[in-house]
Ligand binder design. Structure first.
Ligand code: PLP
Length: 384
């Protein structure tokens, strides 16, 4: 047999994401009949509302099974523009909204549009596992900036070089749950303006807020012209598997980026878009209910974790994650909880050095499962 070539470095060098890897381990253990408490993925047990499912069914039965337009269906783009405008206070033209297969592809499309070979992109540390790989897929180099407890202008400044092209900002943040304040966002924008950088603002958790409204970067005067808004229906509507999200580039760029969508995925399936239109019709009913579910889980779990010696667990203002601080090595604790308690959580360091001595615990299971997992955690402790 003749030897075949190795794959191109951009793909060969990709590492599996810690979240996907752990989810896979949980799946295999469960298939083998083991009871595992899965608190590690970003995929909550929120079923899609049956009315959204019915809208997809109706669309399929109408025969909407052919190619659609790369930018997305106009009624969906209009619904997104209207909601984004309502929440951010910024005028959004439906022509500037692109429909993507999830928020992940929205981030990738924004990077594809802004990063050339050898460019640098600032990413948060700790930060979502896909930012770094998406930057390298576009030929860029990701530069991590510590921001566990918030963005700091001086730290951002010190990471900027003549090759820096963009800053990825995620608020509310995964995994830290940090919500950037208006002042922080203002400081980020000032840095971006000073160095003429793009901002990719990932707001996929913006609707999962419990304390107050979430400041949005694009709301700041002058921000819209350099901000790519990446968002998704995944978490907001319990639609992770449908793969639908959106990218709202600065005005004037949607056509060019639409061509990238056209040449790569072509389009998001039209029946998935029909479901998304129904989701937005029902937004004021569905989103508060999902939010209440997570708020209750946080109120139940955070105080209990806080009582475990060596764990400090602030109550998150947003997301469905807990990000407790440990007086112990996070990898050792995560391993022990899995081996001795069948509990899957992620070490914070899976999201970058800034996550050391932290765990990311996802509140994605039923109340009974969460209760049982917490009881085991209370028994196991952190072993410090
Ligand atoms: N951004 C962040 C911070 C996330 O945590 C996720 C998913 O976990 C995404 C984007 C993308 O989600 P999706 O592609 O399902 O919209």
């Amino acid at each position: 047999m003749t030897a075949v070539r190795s794959l191109a470095a951009r793909v060969a060098a990709l590492q599996p994401s810690a979240t996907v890897e752990m989810t896979e381990r949980v799946r295999i253990a469960r298939a083998a009949g083991k009871r595992i408490f899965g608190l590690s993925s970003g995929d909550p047990n929120i079923p899609t509302d049956p009315r959204i499912v019915a809208a997809a069914e109706r669309s399929l039965r109408r025969g909407e099974t052919l190619y659609s337009t790369p930018a997305g269906l106009l009624p969906l783009r209009q619904a997104i523009a209207a909601r984004e405008q309502e929440l951010s206070g910024v005028a959004i033209d439906a022509a500037d909204v692109l429909i993507t297969p999830g928020g992940k592809f929205a981030v990738l499309a924004a990077l594809m549009a802004t990063v050339s070979e050898g460019d640098e992109v600032i990413i948060p540390d700790p930060g979502w596992v896909s930012y770094g790989p998406c930057v390298s897929l576009c030929g860029g180099a990701a530069v991590s900036v510590p921001c566990r407890d918030g963005y700091d202008a001086a730290r951002l400044e010190s990471a900027i070089t003549p090759r820096t092209r963009a800053i990825i900002v995620n608020s509310p943040a995964n995994p830290s749950t940090h919500v950037a304040s208006q002042t922080e966002l203002q400081a980020i924008l000032a840095v971006a303006e000073r160095h003429n950088l793009w901002i990719i603002f990932d707001q996929v958790y913006a609707e999962m807020n419990y304390a107050d409204t979430i400041p949005r970067l694009q709301s700041l005067p002058g921000a819209r012209a350099r901000t790519f808004i990446a968002d998704s229906l995944s978490k907001t509507f319990g639609m992770t598997g449908w793969r639908i999200g959106m990218l709202i580039p600065p005005p004037g760029f949607a056509k060019a980026i639409g061509r990238f969508i056209g040449h790569s995925i072509y389009c998001v399936p039209p029946f998935v878009q029909a479901a998304a239109i129904e989701a937005f019709n029902l937004a004021d009913e569905i989103i508060p209910a999902i939010r209440e579910t997570f708020r209750k889980r946080i109120a139940f779990a955070a105080p209990r974790l806080n009582k475990v010696p060596g764990i400090t667990c602030p109550t998150p203002r947003a997301t469905f994650y807990l990000f407790p601080k440990l007086a112990a090595d996070e990898k050792a604790v995560a391993r022990r909880w899995l081996d001795e308690g069948d509990i899957a959580v992620l070490p914070g360091s899976a999201f970058g050095d800034g996550g050391k001595h932290h765990l990311r615990i996802s509140l994605i299971g039923s109340d009974a499962e969460l209760d049982a997992a917490l009881t085991r955690i209370e028994r196991l402790g952190i072993g410090a």
